[in-house]
Design a protein around this ligand. Structure first.
Ligand code: ADP
Ligand code: MG
Length: 694
């Protein structure tokens, strides 16, 4: 029998070839897509409130017969106003809409209508402004759209709620029995999950909210379950391989620790122990290292590099941008040169270097002259070949896909891999996304760091902000003034930054020395200015976000962030992480005007804490997992319905079951489990590709 994925939506009653295109806009191609097109929310129309009893100020659903309609142009706002009055026998209510002249024709006197909106009183009459509206054409229509819990779907132009409901209902009637159950019956019985037919039916047209919740839980469970199996399989495919068992004596390990002029934090020591144990084992390490900006991850990573070196192998560090790669390179070189492992040869490999130099590097990496390569994704370039890569570090994991991770690992013979991220990820999401990784956390900052105080100002308070800058400069401190640059308005933004720079120079801070750096400058030029800032020749540095990564200027402890509402939360956190790095306390002044509730939430969050984990949690709540990780992130895209943030309990149940299954049958070769392989292949094709590559 043909599977529902292979039947075009056009064969559903009421669709046909013309409307097929409309469905395509909603991402619906097949009958399966249509059945899995879930409501955004529901409206309870089981017991509608009679109009005479509606609560003013509340959001309510009312239904009645259209009594009159009217349209006019508002003399005040010049807007077109459409008005419709309905009557339900108990009372009347008027509904108005602005600038939607087609509504004048849409409403017809005598027809049944449903509206959902906030009830007001205007000139002593009940009114709703811009409510949601639906006309009911027939008795059948009423059965589907009234006196029940009604699904509300995401729409596109030309598709109405009513039409979608009717079409989905028709597809359910015709095709529901052909939905194939994929969850094993024992699992369904054990966790009381209803069968797929019932669940899909109840997602669209539930009789109670309890039925709807059960349906959602069941469908989410299924998604989590297969997704977790795929993650575990991928992990098994890597850890079952034979890698290199590194050796390091306690004395050598101690020598590494003693090489630094400061005491390592407890968290750093703990993570070094974890890495050491992994690297001594034969199966390849696959570990995620989380730690806030400045928590000292780099040092921990270098320990792994030293271990590789001591065993006669090579290591590499891959960063997401050239600036970061360069900075890592410089830091690492400095740390190694100061330490007891001076003989280690470190090189920088980025795409910007000259051909001759590059060719030489290829050669040196290949013949093992270079022990540690720091670079960008240019490292996964085909031509880079190592003599013997046994340890690879990937910085800022969320900017690289799973695929790149696998490609880098291919450069060695099952090397140990450490992934570092400064975006701490709440534990719940960690399981979902990185369930295939072991996790290390640096949850402690090196001692002696200053505290950073954050204050919020509006644009009218510029004088106050400038006054503070002047005061701090008089105390000998240096100041960053940061301007956002957003791609869409790049030119305007840059102009603003340049103008402020001029204004500071000529008017506001005439007596101080001002510098400007931005992303469109030549590298040499911005390097020079940063150098002068470091050397305290510049008091106030006006900058676009180039300081976000990279610079470390201990004497700069004041930061002004202009138009802070335009920055993302993670970005604000990173920026602020630049100050208060030395012993002096930092002061961060946000100048902002929150325009949306989202930007308001962001500002509130950044004011409330400096803890990276808390900020990440806020960010996640504000943006939701999809946007938090960006669309490149594997995993979250694969989850269509299930939400690890709100369904943690289901996720954990599903994960437990996935672990049990794969422990008993790691190859999914036993008869009742074989079909799961096919499901995984079909649902997570990219994952499988990675498994082959890795
Ligand atoms: P991260 O990579 O986590 O942002 P880094 O590894 O770049 O942090 O460390 C930030 C700074 O802190 C570096 O200058 C480093 O030398 C210093 N540092 C690292 N560990 C310690 C420590 N235990 N005590 C004092 N300073 C440290
Ligand atoms: Mg770092």
């Amino acid at each position: 029998m043909q599977s529902l994925e292979d039947i075009s939506v056009q064969y559903v009653k009421g669709v046909g070839p013309a409307r097929k295109k409309l469905f395509a806009q909603l991402g619906i191609e097949s009958v399966a897509d249509l059945l899995y097109f879930f409501p955004r929310r529901y409206q309870d129309r089981r017991n509608l409130t009679p109009i005479a009893q509606v609560q003013v100020g509340e959001w309510q659903t009312v239904s009645g017969t259209i009594l009159a309609k009217d349209s006019r142009r508002s003399w005040y706002t010049k807007k077109h106003v459409s008005q419709m009055t309905m009557d339900d026998g108990s009372g009347r209510i008027s509904c108005i809409w602005f600038n939607q002249p087609y509504l004048d024709r849409y409403f017809v006197e005598g027809k049944r209508v449903v509206c959902y909106g906030k009830v007001d009183v205007y000139k002593e009459r009940l009114q709703m402004v811009s409510p949601e509206y639906e006309i009911l054409e027939s008795e059948e229509d009423e059965g589907l759209n009234l006196k029940r819990i009604v699904p509300i779907y995401p729409l596109t132009r030309g598709v109405t709620q009513r039409y979608l409901r009717r079409t989905i209902k028709a597809s359910l009637e015709k095709y529901k029995d052909r939905l194939v159950e994929q969850l094993p019956v024992e699992l369904r019985n054990k966790h009381r999950l209803s069968n797929i037919k019932r669940s899909i039916g109840n997602i669209h047209f539930p009789e109670s909210f309890e039925d709807q919740e059960n349906a959602l839980s069941r469908i989410s469970f299924e998604e989590f379950y297969f997704f977790q199996i795929s993650i575990i399989l991928r992990r098994l495919s890597i850890t079952c391989k034979k890698g290199i068992a590194h050796k390091i004596s306690d004395a050598h390990a101690l020598r590494f620790v003693d090489a630094f002029p400061f005491e390592l934090t407890g968290a750093q020591k703990k993570v070094i122990r974890e890495i050491r144990a992994d690297m001594e084992g034969r199966s390849p390490m696959l570990r995620l290292l989380q730690g806030d900006v400045g928590s000292g991850k780099t040092l921990v990573a270098i320990f792994g590099c030293v271990m590789a070196f001591e065993n006669g192998h090579q290591s590499c560090v891959m960063a997401p941008t050239e600036i970061l790669a360069r900075q890592h390179y410089e830091n690492i070189k400095a740390m190694i040169e100061d330490g007891t492992f001076k003989d280690m040869k470190v090189a920088l490999f980025i795409s910007g270097i000259k051909k001759a130099e590059k060719d030489k590097l290829y050669e040196q990496i290949k013949n093992g002259e270079i022990d540690l390569v720091v670079g960008t994704h240019a490292l996964i370039n085909d031509e880079v070949a190592f003599k013997s890569l046994s340890f690879a570090v990937i910085d800022e994991q969320h900017k690289f896909g799973v695929r790149q991770r696998a490609l880098l690992a291919e450069k060695g013979k099952n090397p140990d891999v450490l992934i570092m991220t400064a975006t701490p990820i709440p534990r719940t999401l960690c399981i979902t996304l990185y369930g295939d990784l072991d996790i290390s956390i640096i949850d402690e900052m090196p001692p002696g760091r200053g505290k950073v105080e954050t204050r919020l100002y509006n644009h009218q308070q510029a004088d106050e902000v400038y006054g503070l800058i002047r005061k701090k400069a008089a105390e000998g401190q240096q100041v960053y003034v940061i301007y956002p640059i957003i791609e869409e308005s790049e030119k305007l933004d840059l102009k603003a930054a340049k103008e402020m720079y001029k204004y500071f120079q000529t008017t506001e801070f005439k007596k101080l020395s001002i510098g400007l750096v931005h992303g469109q400058m030549k590298q040499k030029e911005s390097h020079e200015i940063m150098g002068r800032f470091k050397d305290k020749e510049i008091d106030i540095l006006v900058a676009t976000t180039v300081v976000e990564v990279g610079v470390d200027v201990p004497n700069a402890n004041v930061m002004v962030i202009e138009n802070a509402e335009r920055f993302g939360l993670a970005q604000l956190h990173q920026l602020r992480g630049r100050i208060g790095r030395g012993e002096t306390d930092g002061l961060c002044l946000l100048v902002a005007e929150a325009e949306t509730s989202e930007s308001n939430d962001r500002l509130k969050a950044i004011l409330s804490t400096t803890n990276g984990f808390e900020i990440a949690q806020h960010d996640l709540e504000i943006r939701g997992p999809g946007r938090f990780f960006g669309r490149h992130q594997h995993g979250l895209n694969e989850l269509k319905v299930a939400n690890p943030l709100t369904q943690l309990d289901i996720l954990e149940l599903a994960r437990k079951e996935a672990i049990t299954l794969t422990e008993n049958d790691p190859k999914l070769a036993k008869e009742p489990n074989r079909y799961i392989n096919d499901i995984i292949k079909k649902r997570y094709p990219t994952y499988l590709k990675d498994v082959k590559a890795g």
